[in-house]
Structures are given as C-alpha cells and as structure tokens.
Design a protein. Sequence first.
Length: 105
Amino acid sequence: MLKKKVEDICNRQVEREGYSSNLYLAMASWAETKGLAGIAAWLYAQAEEEKEHMLKFIKYINERGGTAVIPAFKKPPVDYKSVEDLFREVLKHEQFVTSSIHEIV
C-alpha cells in the first residue's frame, strides 16, 4: 500500500509533468506558426515525452493502491520574443522539473 505522503508527492508530480506537456505543446505551436518546423517538431516530441512521464506516475500511484488525481493545468504562455527566449524558458523549466524529481528521490 502506498503511503499517503508518497501518494501526495507523486500526484504533485502528475500535475508538473502534465503542465510540462502543455507548456511544450504551446511552445511547439508558437514555433510552428513562426515557420520553425524543426523546432516545432522537437517541442512536440518533448510534449509527448512529458505526457509519458505523467502517465508513469499515474500508473505507479494506482498500481500501488493509491488514487492518481488528474488536475486542471494552468494555461502556459503562448508567445515568446524569440527562439532564444523560448529555449531559455525550456532550460529553466527542465531545471525546475529535474529539481522536483530530486525532491521525490
């Protein structure tokens, strides 16, 4: 049986991974509308990877007797000043999510 503390922190990560997926989808859409097909394709792939991470947490929680909670996700930014600005945000977000995983461990 999954301890409540572990369930709660894993559910927090479900939200973070889901938001990450939406963030990268928004970034991909921005890049695509700017004619940056390669960047858009890379960001779409990142969005899919983050969704997979979210699903792994959901399955982990549920398979161990907990209850995964699928939250509403806040709306990600939809506009960026430049490609450089976008990638700075990607790096910042990846550092945040990585630190979140380290907290869990």
